[in-house]
Design a protein around this ligand. Sequence first.
Ligand code: NAD
Length: 262
Amino acid sequence: MPPEAVSRPKPKMPHAQNNFTDLPKPVVPKTENRKLLRGQKAIVTGASSGIGRSIALALGHAGADVCINYVAGEDKAQAMVDELRGHGHTAFAYRADVSNEDDVAKMFQSVRDEFGTVDILINNAGLQQDAPIDQMTLAQWNKVISVNLTGQFLCSREAIREFKRRGVRPEISCCAGKIICISSVHEVIPWAGHVNYAASKGGVMLMMKSMAQEVAPFRIRVNSIAPGAIRTPINMQAWDTPEHYNELLKLIPYKRIGEPEE
Ligand code: NAD
């Protein structure tokens, strides 16, 4: 039987609107669904929109049981649960602020109650609060650091405690657990006007590498993804008009930005 393909809707802004009409049209890939993650339990933070939403749906379609964490967009999180359950997958939505230690501990407890354990953590929740450095308030600085960096620390710590407690189940996975930190190209590329965001992602980079070094002997894998521009609510002002979109494409050799699944 041919593998079921995950369908991807058309992007909101057609690629034809870019200024590079002499280039081949970019094609958004279709991924084969091979249920590689059957039996694994995943938490995706900030999963009710954008990149987290796409990751959570992809993990679900790959056979993992998924906890869809959200802090806003309860209706969207619930619709994702319904969609995954409609395909015969297991999912539930859980409201928790990743920067709140108590919320994070309760979320992991709730996932243990629901699924028995956690195998995969996707540290995706993040935000921007931009301002020129001389106008940036301490509240803007603290908010971005606490969600983007401290949130990833709190969730990773809970996940690693669970991975170490449980150890490897060879019938499920060759490792005790996996963490993927969603960072940004701005972990290494300076970003004027966004010092809180760039500092948070630079922090994620070394936190991820240090955690990976520390927990590798326990068969725990820690990695990160550092995306360039992806069309999501976080950076809407960079693609919301054809002018902005074309300006952005000047920085991108491939001449398209990333398109999350709707
Ligand atoms: P998004 O705004 O669609 O998603 C961010 C999600 O995080 C939202 O659902 C939001 O509600 C959630 N969130 C915010 N604060 C939270 C909190 N305290 N607790 C739990 N959830 C919280 O934007 P996105 O682009 O999908 O961003 C996802 C991740 O990707 C972020 O870490 C972002 O920094 C990173 N990223 C995005 C891009 C891009 O171009 N879109 C590029 C590089 C990195």
